[in-house]
Design a protein around this ligand. Structure first.
Ligand code: HSE
Length: 309
């Protein structure tokens, strides 16, 4: 009759995979409880844990829209009421809207007579994400759903690939205490890309992924550079260039913007992770920016049901 799902936060883009590559961050996430009710339709009875007003109307809410898509596609003959507990700060670049949408469909799935595959649920969650960012992109939804580092190819028929990350690598996440709208951070992007940047970015994405598959840390380090999106967005994050440089000087494999920002992330070997974290903390503090930070591994199992009755 009722199920609660946890859906992890995520880092979108991972520098070089704009809109198609992301990894799950289990250290924080949203919890969504969905209960069956007799009358068909979707309602949201509570949203907790966030200091900002989020719409309770299902059509305007990312999780609500995802459940509406699911209820319509599956012609559900019962209704769904949802309570959302936000554990991911809004406008942080850590995939908060995606996690709510993913948590909603995973919880609702546990109430179905015939549960659907995660790939099918992904499509419903994508419709929710579109409400938040104004566009259909999958780089937060897919890792939140599946866990780990995830590449998604295609929108109408998404193909999802979990990419192995060398076991010695950790991610360092730094979340500045400020709000940045994903819509705004997308609106500033130029619509076209220089041919030379296209070549460079393509090489970096291919190098990064092949480096992950072959445990080639040198290849990962050499290709961990976004030459298209990061230069256009970095001015939105106070201290970005200094934080990035400090992380690299401390031995990071790479450092960039998490999703649309303002959160930043770095990858580093486990032995360097604390040093990279300290360097990022120091530089943000020097720029007067308060942050939360985490060091995480890549073993997240993705969204899952944590309670049901
Ligand atoms: N790929 C999206 C963007 C992620 O960078 O706009 C938003 O979190």
């Amino acid at each position: 009759m009722r199920a609660t799902a946890f859906a992890p936060a995520s880092v979108g883009n991972v520098a070089i995979g704009f809109d198609i590559l992301g990894f799950a961050v289990d250290a924080l996430g949203d919890r969504v409880t969905v209960a069956r009710r007799p009358e068909p339709g979707v309602t949201i009875s509570a949203i907790r844990g966030t200091p900002m007003d989020l719409p309770l109307e299902p059509e305007r809410n990312t999780a609500g829209r995802a459940l509406l898509a699911m209820a319509t596609a599956l012609s559900l003959d019962f209704g769904l009421d949802m309570q959302i507990e936000k554990g991911i700060p809004l406008g942080s670049g850590l995939g908060g809207s995606a996690a709510s949408a993913v948590g909603a469909v995973v919880a609702a799935n546990a109430l179905l007579r015939e549960p659907r595959s995660k790939l099918e649920l992904l499509k419903f969650a994508m419709e929710g994400e579109a409400v938040a960012s104004g566009s259909l992109h999958v780089d937060n939804i897919a890792p939140s759903m599946f866990g780990g580092l995830v590449l998604t190819v295609g929108i109408d028929h998404p193909r999802v690939k979990q990419i192995p990350v060398p076991p010695s690598v950790r991610a360092i996440i730094a979340h500045p205490h400020m709000f940045l709208s994903t819509k705004q951070a997308r609106a500033i992007l130029r619509r076209s890309v220089e041919l030379s940047d296209f070549v460079w970015q393509t090489a970096n994405l291919a190098g990064f992924i092949s480096g992950c598959y072959t445990d080639d840390l040198d290849m990962i380090r050499a290709s961990f550079e976004d030459v298209v999106i990061e230069p256009q967005r970095q001015a939105l994050i106070p201290g970005f260039a200094d934080v990035r440089q400090a992380a690299m000087d401390a031995g990071a494999l790479g450092c960039s913007i998490s999703g649309a920002g303002p959160a930043m992330f770095a990858w580093a070997l486990e032995s360097h992770a604390e040093g990279v974290r300290a360097a990022m903390q120091r530089e943000f503090a020097r720029h007067g920016v308060k942050i939360d930070d985490w060091i995480v591994e890549f073993g997240s199992p993705g969204a899952r049901v944590v309670a049901s009755e």
